[in-house]
Design a protein around this ligand. Structure first.
Ligand code: ATR
Length: 299
């Protein structure tokens, strides 16, 4: 029941109709009987500045930020945390005493998702596919834990540039092209493979960034794509006996970190996961559009 004391949070982006975050957060608020509500706000680029000032003026508790505003919102904030500065994108704003603070919860969400599945990267070699926003968040969170991190991207130059950026932080990182022969060599001694490209995302559900023949049972394969929940890559990985982790875990955990920042309370992640899966599989009231959402877009 929305009342005079209800705190408002939400998501600003364009589009936002497909977002699973409202159902995920509202399910958690309801479960904990917290007096909060999560609302989608469709905000076009030319309205972003006004919308962000509105977040402050209306004394919202905070908002998630999604495509296309994750980068352009940064200069509009009073403070941005170091991890979000590294990643170069903000996906969560918290309003503290009228000040707008920016965070990026994707990296922590990735780490938590792996932890939940009892995946240890300590001392192992990690291969991350992609060099876009999702790959940046994932690479910044995993590079400090890996003995070596290898970034492979369709456009080689982007992976090579990101690898160099990460090496300047003191981590062991190499970049290269996302090609079969490169994958074959790099996966031989890797413990974890992460797909942070959009390959395999709805509607291209029969695509995979990795040929099945180069996958091995000794790998853990984590796909940041969550729509479909089991991508072709994960299906192939499962068929060769590899451990698989779907993208729902990262979506839920990035949301859980934002939830804690706003409310100070640990959310019921099982309830959030159920709400996301119901949304993705069309059970209950469906709010999923046809664009195909993924965790890198944090919505
Ligand atoms: P996000 O913020 O969700 O990561 P992004 O920044 O647009 O989205 O990044 C998309 C990633 O998927 C990139 O690494 C992109 O590769 P390029 O840098 O070469 O564009 C990758 N990607 C998208 N479509 C792809 C495809 N068909 N094959 C291989 N990689 C693809």
């Amino acid at each position: 029941m929305i009342g005079g004391g209800t705190r408002v949070v939400g998501i600003i982006g364009d589009p936002v109709e497909h977002s699973l975050s409202p159902r995920m957060h509202n399910a958690a608020f309801e479960h904990l009987k917290l007096d909060y509500v999560y609302v989608p706000f469709r905000v076009s680029g030319d309205m972003l500045r006004k919308a962000v000032e509105g977040v402050r003026a209306l004394n919202l508790r905070g908002v998630n930020v999604t495509i296309p505003h994750k980068v352009s919102v940064m200069p509009l904030l009073d403070w941005v945390d170091e991890n979000a500065l590294d990643i170069g994108a903000v996906n969560t704003i918290v309003v503290e005493r009228g000040e707008l603070k920016g965070y990026n919860t994707d990296g922590l969400g990735c780490l938590e998702a792996l932890k939940e599945e009892k995946v240890e990267v300590n001392g192992g070699k990690v291969v991350v596919l992609g060099a876009g926003g999702a790959a940046r968040a994932i690479a910044y969170s995993l590079a400090p834990l890996a003995s070596e991190l290898v970034l492979l991207n369709r456009t080689d130059s982007k992976a090579i540039a990101l690898a160099e950026e990460l090496r300047r932080k003191g981590w062991s990182v190499r970049g290269g092209g996302l090609r079969r022969e490169v994958l074959e060599g790099e996966l031989k001694d890797a413990v974890l493979l992460v797909n942070a490209t959009s390959v395999g995302m709805y509607p291209d559900v029969d695509d995979s960034p990795v040929p099945r023949e180069v996958l091995k049972s000794s790998l853990t394969v984590f796909d940041a794509v969550y729509n479909p929940i089991e991508t072709k890559l994960l299906r192939d990985a499962r068929s060769v006996g590899a451990k698989t982790i779907d993208g729902v875990g990262m979506l839920v955990n990035q949301g859980a970190v934002a939830f804690k920042l706003w409310t100070g309370v640990n959310p019921p992640k099982d309830i959030m996961r159920r709400a996301v899966i119901d949304g993705l599989t069309g059970r209950g009231e469906s709010d999923r559009g046809s664009c195909g959402a993924r965790c890198g877009n944090n919505c």
